[in-house]
Write a protein that binds this ligand. Structure first.
Ligand code: CMP
Length: 137
């Protein structure tokens, strides 16, 4: 059993497809064990994506993540980190396999509908960034 962090990004929240995305997780064996809709502060977005701060897309990424509400979730299940990444598809929706969340709901590499932790170690850090232990059950 693993836990991983998922974010439904501002583009997908704006499109009103939260339920459709959540259904992809639940229909594929992942359980939502924590969930909230929030508006990230610029400071939160910068901290969360600090690992990318030297990349040329960092400022645009931060601008995008504060442009509207997001939904943050903890997903739990067997191999949850890899399973979530498989369901999301490639970072660039143009390269995402048919039937994945990004292929079906994302427009561009910036507005790519969802974020998912890329390793168990990062999942632990990202979950702790958004949720207190008592909020996960
Ligand atoms: P995410 O999984 O949230 O992690 C970092 C985000 O940066 C990524 O999804 C993309 O939305 C965004 N991004 C923008 N340009 C790039 C790029 N060239 N390579 C990787 N990620 C990018």
């Amino acid at each position: 059993m693993e836990q991983t962090l998922s974010i439904i990004k501002p583009d997908a929240v704006k499109k009103n497809v939260i339920g459709k995305i959540v259904d992809r997780f639940e229909s594929n064996g992942l359980k939502i064990v924590a969930m909230k809709r929030i508006r990230l502060s610029r400071c939160d977005a910068k901290d969360f994506y600090a690992v990318h701060k030297e990349r040329p897309f960092y400022d645009e990424l931060v601008d995008f993540m504060v442009s509207g509400p997001v939904v943050v979730m903890v997903l739990e299940g067997l191999n949850a980190v890899a399973k979530n990444r498989e369901l999301m598809g490639s970072t660039n929706p143009k390269e995402a396999a048919a039937g994945t969340i990004r292929a079906d709901f994302a427009e561009s590499i910036d507005a790519n509908a969802v974020h998912g932790s890329d390793s168990l170690e990062n999942a632990k850090r990202e979950i702790a960034f958004f949720f207190a232990t008592r909020e996960i059950c």
